[in-house]
Write a protein that binds this ligand. Structure first.
Ligand SMILES: [Zn+2]
Length: 96
């Protein structure tokens, strides 16, 4: 009884964790898009962009680690008669 409660708690903590990481992931991606939408990419922005990309990779790793993935498969259209099968998680939306 007690051990299952502990397990639940651990699962709950992981979900909280992944929610936080995902929030951060979204903020970083939004920031990255904002910078990319600037027509003039100054050297300062370039440096910030590089840093953000590093952070995104790091946060992505954390999401992958903590999410109890629920994998789904889908097809994306490449061409009129070419499709690519993709695998993604419906919780964290990362692709694999
Ligand atoms: Zn996931």
């Amino acid at each position: 009884m007690e051990s299952s409660q502990e397990e639940n708690e651990e699962k709950y903590n992981k979900e909280i964790n992944v929610t936080n990481w995902l929030e951060l992931y979204n903020v970083l991606n939004q920031k990255k898009n904002e910078i990319n939408n600037n027509i003039i990419l100054s050297s300062q922005n370039y440096t910030i962009c590089k840093k953000i990309n590093e952070l995104i990779k790091l946060v992505e790793e954390k999401v992958k680690e903590n999410c109890v993935h629920k994998l789904e498969y889908d097809y994306i259209e490449l061409d009129i008669d070419r499709y690519e099968k993709i695998c993604y998680c419906s919780k964290c939306m990362l692709t694999f």
